[in-house]
Design a protein around this ligand. Sequence first.
Ligand SMILES: Nc1ncnc2c1ncn2[C@@H]1O[C@H](COP(=O)(O)OP(=O)(O)O)[C@@H](O)[C@H]1O
Ligand SMILES: [Mg+2]
Length: 300
Amino acid sequence: MNKIISLHDSIKNILDLTNIRLNMEKIFKGSFISEDLLEKQKISSGSFGTIFLIEKNSKNYIKKKPIAHNKDDLKAAKTDAIISALLSSVQELYLENKAIICPKIYAINKEQENSQKIYSIYMEKYEGDIFNMFCAINLNDIDKIKLVIQMLLQISNILLLLQDSFKFMHNDLKANNILYYRPDKTKPITSNNITFIISDFGGSNIEINNKKIEGFIMGNQYNFDKGKDIFLLIHIIITFQISKYKKMVTNFFETIFDSIDLKYCKKNDDIWHQLYQMDNYPDEFHPSNILNKINKLQLE
Ligand SMILES: Nc1ncnc2c1ncn2[C@@H]1O[C@H](COP(=O)(O)OP(=O)(O)O)[C@@H](O)[C@H]1O
Ligand SMILES: [Mg+2]
């Protein structure tokens, strides 16, 4: 998984914004959308949007259609569309066949609904999100430990690349917003046969060409802070861990990180919401520090 680290140095100097913009325009024109598209089923329906399984030429895809209750939701949905298209373009133009970091986007469709403009996103279908896998994770099993480390490694690599290229902050990096697939579908999930990607960019921030693009989520108005996303992720995994494994998972993260703060891991009072609103986040959660830590772990 050192592939993204090395890419990250090579990609920095070759990112061509004109090229990226052209690719994004292609996605926004949406020639992918045609009469052959078949809506098969609703996969999830939250208060902010609906996820549909769709089919075209016998292949499955995902359509994410936002529900906008107010101006903030509209802003989040628009940002989700723009950042999804941007990151997918970067992936397609500069990373293809080397690394997958985010969903592949086929089209964004501007739709008029209740006199509002909403943006539906058509994307590749992956196997699912990692919530169930990571909220009941038995770390007595060494293979599960390897899986957690693999996830941290891949996600840190993705964040490192995007933070350095675009001052990217996801701002809502929960297990439900990390998708996965097995590169080899004939084999089970192991730490060597799983790819993790990040998705759901409605609360994210990026900076491109000195222009800021900001989504909407409580807390995303805070400053660029490289430690925030993984600090959030680890505390949220502890928060939502089933009680049987909670102690073990907490202990495990405490052996890796000195500044795990269990006061943010109380689900009942929704204290974990405060995770979004801290002024700054401990240095050891910066992706490059995490990669250093993991490299040391593996040497031992
Ligand atoms: N491309 C995809 N492939 C597979 N499952 C997906 C995909 N996109 C979304 N999902 C599923 O739908 C859920 C909600 O999608 P998400 O983009 O996070 O929207 P929301 O804004 O409702 O959280 C995800 O947690 C995941 O389980
Ligand atoms: Mg989500």
